[in-house]
Ligand binder design. Structure first.
Ligand SMILES: Nc1ncnc2c1ncn2[C@@H]1O[C@H](COP(=O)(O)OP(=O)(O)OP(=O)(O)O)[C@@H](O)[C@H]1O
Ligand code: SF4
Ligand SMILES: [Mg+2]
Length: 329
């Protein structure tokens, strides 16, 4: 396995709401390797978006990063993104680490052309002549498979289809050749045709020079097709991490097993499936011990009392479950 470019350690993000403290992300650790697609999967509300945004401290009020580290490798130096001064972090966000969010409409400014918005992203991070930036913007639109990019570059967002807008957003996110691209639910809320186009686009982006991708999704089919490694999240924790084949063929955590066994058609979204009986727990008062025990058919007494430790069952395969205590490396 190649070197990690990101090491997230014991990340905790809480939201201080009137109803109580929502422990949205509660002790999450993972690594992202150079040039890999790292999939983050789990039911709605389990903390995928909060985790992926917390890496660059994009947490809305009333959220707070409680603890943890997000070590990002820049050349041979590691910087902790959670401690970096805001102006230095801003330089990294948008150049070395970029995001493609679900809703392309809100990511684009209706007042500016598609080309201009990409130019702006270039100029925010590079000393480039505007004419050169414009050529680069057109080249980028071509790279994200926009037909007739010279013409489309002069279009305003309302003149573009949903799929085109998504591509422009993707273009803006890769134009500065990031080391890490975070794609959050890139195929949700779009029709099947756009979904297929986005998958094609992501496969192309995957091959871009030296870029890693964190792919956040409910879509098991997308994970199966795109991801190299997968982290399964449940109620604010990563319950299992392994390479994609292991997750699909030898899942160990009862929750992962439930997800895999109950997904006869991997093209279906988890949201539509309700694969496992019961509901996701309240994150203000999560169950004691293992957060999955109320839904787990194999729960033991200890599961209700104590949170399971992370167990490295084999190289690169970690599971948080009492069933595997003592069987670690
Ligand atoms: N602004 C906020 N205020 C209060 N709670 C929040 C806020 N944003 C997120 N949360 C809580 O944090 C938890 C994790 O949310 P997150 O958006 O990360 O889930 P997700 O896994 O991305 O879900 P989905 O699959 O639906 O996108 C949820 O329980 C949610 O209610
Ligand atoms: S720790 Fe216990 S309750 Fe949790 S998943 Fe494992 S067996 Fe089930
Ligand atoms: Mg989300």
């Amino acid at each position: 396995m190649s070197d990690p470019i990101l090491k997230v350690e014991d990340l905790r993000v809480y939201f201080y709401t009137y109803a109580g403290v929502v422990k949205a992300v509660d002790g999450v650790s993972f690594e992202v390797y150079n040039k890999e697609v790292f999939g983050l999967i789990g039911e709605t509300g389990c903390g995928k978006t909060v985790t992926s945004r917390a890496i660059t401290r994009l947490i809305p009020d009333p959220g707070r990063i409680e603890s943890g580290r997000a070590l990002f490798r820049i050349n041979s130096r590691w910087v902790d993104l959670l401690k970096l001064p805001e102006d230095e972090l801003r330089k990294i966000r948008g150049s070395m680490i970029t995001y493609v969010f679900q809703d392309p409409t809100s990511a684009l400014d209706p007042l500016y052309t598609a080309g201009y918005q990409i130019v702006e992203t270039i100029l925010a991070h590079n000393k480039t002549h505007p004419r050169e930036a414009w050529s680069k913007a057109i080249e980028t639109l071509r790279r994200v498979l926009i037909p007739e990019p010279e013409i489309r570059a002069r279009s305003y967002p309302h003149e573009l289809s949903g799929g085109m807008k998504q591509r422009v957003v993707a273009g803006a996110s890769i134009v500065n050749e990031p080391r890490l691209l975070v794609a959050d639910e890139p195929t949700t809320n779009v029709d099947v045709t756009i979904q297929a186009q986005m998958i094609e686009l992501l496969s192309q982006l995957k091959n871009l020079k030296g870029m890693s991708i964190i792919l956040v999704t409910h879509n098991m089919g997308l994970i199966a097709e795109m991801a190299d490694r997968v982290a399964v999240m449940y109620a604010g924790k990563i319950v299992e991490i392994a390479d994609v084949n292991t997750i699909f063929e030898e899942p160990l955590h009862p929750y992962t097993q439930g997800l895999i066994n109950c997904v006869p058609d991997p093209t279906k979204e988890l949201k539509e499936l309700y694969p496992i009986a019961g509901t996701v727990p309240d994150l203000i008062n999560p169950p004691s011990g293992c957060r999955f025990w109320p839904r787990c058919s194999r729960a033991m007494d200890i599961c209700k009392r104590e949170a399971p430790p992370g167990i490295n069952v084999s190289e690169g395969h970690r599971v948080e479950c009492w069933l595997y205590a003592g069987s670690g490396l």
